[in-house]
Design a binder for this molecule. Structure first.
Ligand SMILES: NC(=O)c1ccc[n+]([C@@H]2O[C@H](COP(=O)([O-])OP(=O)(O)OC[C@H]3O[C@@H](n4cnc5c(N)ncnc54)[C@H](OP(=O)(O)O)[C@@H]3O)[C@@H](O)[C@H]2O)c1
Length: 342
């Protein structure tokens, strides 16, 4: 699909680093995010998917709630029609929070597979561990009166259906997203099919070292969302305390040294650290740079160490719409002190 593109304008997918999952399957160590953050229309995201495949991306991070799987699926169909085999692609999708019910999981997954036109998913994640619906584009103070805390017994009912999807051959791997160590301890204890990947917020100002090491030590691949610090995130996910990774002097200085932009350095650091970043971009120049930087000479140990030190523990996607009772703080969603609040 790339014959008409200058070799400087693309990356050979075979040269992109890969990560091996516990099944032995390999996934590209970088993917394209597809969440339009409530302001990039589906057609534009779909165009980016097509363009990204032309420049060498083979991994796409999708979700039903992004509201664009049909359009993204049209692009994936075109990519496969142009000669890329299905097995060369890595397609992830996610179960949304209002589909945790035992009868809802399999139909929700089938709908994503149909919309994405892929026949099966390489990875299907439970998007959040909370079953609380909130409408797309809702304000930051939206509160669902039926919201519930994490109830492990209920989560495992959802997980059993996720396991069925693997048994049915609809999905190759299943995984978690937005979970903590206390929740993962319970899930790993009770799962018949272990999570193969965990999608979590990861960028230089939010490195989550403990959770990162925990998942890796349990053979789970960490997929890092908001790798650039999500400069285009929706208003509901912005607070005055948030810091800006791409303005950090350490990031700016190391990026300049390597002749790349701060955003691209964040992606390069992420791949070298061992997580799988899934940067979003609709601009060819940007998504190409993000892919290319995974194949250039590595950052030095000193540079990696300098970036390790700028962690600010600054969570951007706080999840406040999931709070289930009055007078709670978003920190309660993340099991402060290792305890799952009820
Ligand atoms: N599991 C979850 O709960 C969860 C939560 C959030 C996100 N995600 C996934 O993670 C993906 C990435 O997160 P995100 O989209 O919030 O944030 P992000 O990837 O950190 O940031 C995306 C922003 O960075 C800009 N950008 C990308 N590459 C650039 C470059 N080389 N130079 C300058 N600017 C650049 C993009 O603008 P341009 O388009 O102008 O390049 C876009 O505004 C999402 O799309 C989604 O797939 C998952």
């Amino acid at each position: 699909m790339s014959s008409s593109i200058d070799s400087n304008e693309r990356v050979d997918p075979a040269s992109v680093p890969q990560r091996t999952l516990y099944t032995g399957a390999k996934m590209p160590a970088i993917g394209l995010g597809t969440f339009g953050s409530d302001h990039v229309p589906p057609e534009e995201v779909a165009k980016a998917v097509l363009g990204a495949a032309e420049v060498g991306y083979r991994h796409f991070d999708c979700a039903a709630v992004y509201g664009n799987e049909k359009e993204v699926g049209e692009s994936l169909a075109k990519i496969m029609a142009s000669g890329v085999k299905r097995e060369e692609l890595w397609v992830t999708s996610k179960l949304w929070n209002d589909k945790h019910g035992e009868d809802d999981v399999i139909p929700a997954c089938k709908k994503s597979i149909e919309d994405l036109q892929v026949g099966y998913l390489d990875l299907y994640l439970v998007h959040w561990p909370f079953p609380n619906y909130h409408p797309p584009g809702c304000p930051p103070d939206y509160h669902n009166p039926n919201a519930k805390p994490y109830i492990h017994e209920n989560f495992m009912k959802t997980w059993r259906q996720m396991e069925k999807l693997v048994e049915m051959g609809l999905v190759r791997h299943i995984g978690t997203s937005n979970v903590t160590i206390p929740k993962l301890e319970l899930i790993l204890r009770d799962a018949n099919i272990k999570p193969a990947a965990n999608e979590m917020e990861l960028h230089p100002h939010f490195q989550q070292p403990e959770l990162f090491e925990y998942v890796r030590s349990h053979g789970i691949v960490p997929i890092g969302f908001c790798p650039i610090g999500s400069p285009g995130r929706p208003e509901r996910d912005r607070t005055p305390e948030d810091t800006v990774d791409i303005e950090d002097p350490v990031i700016v200085e190391i990026a300049a040294r390597h002749g790349i932009r701060p955003a691209t350095l964040c992606v390069k650091w992420a791949v070298q650290r061992g997580q799988v970043p899934i940067p979003f971009s609709t601009k060819r120049r940007n998504y190409l740079a993000n892919l290319k930087c995974t194949t250039t000479p590595p950052l030095s140990d000193e540079e990696m160490e300098a970036i390790r030190k700028i962690d600010r523990n600054c969570r951007l996607i706080k999840g406040q719409v999931f709070l289930w009772k009055e007078n709670q703080s978003w920190e309660d969603l993340w099991d402060p002190n290792g305890v799952i609040p009820q």
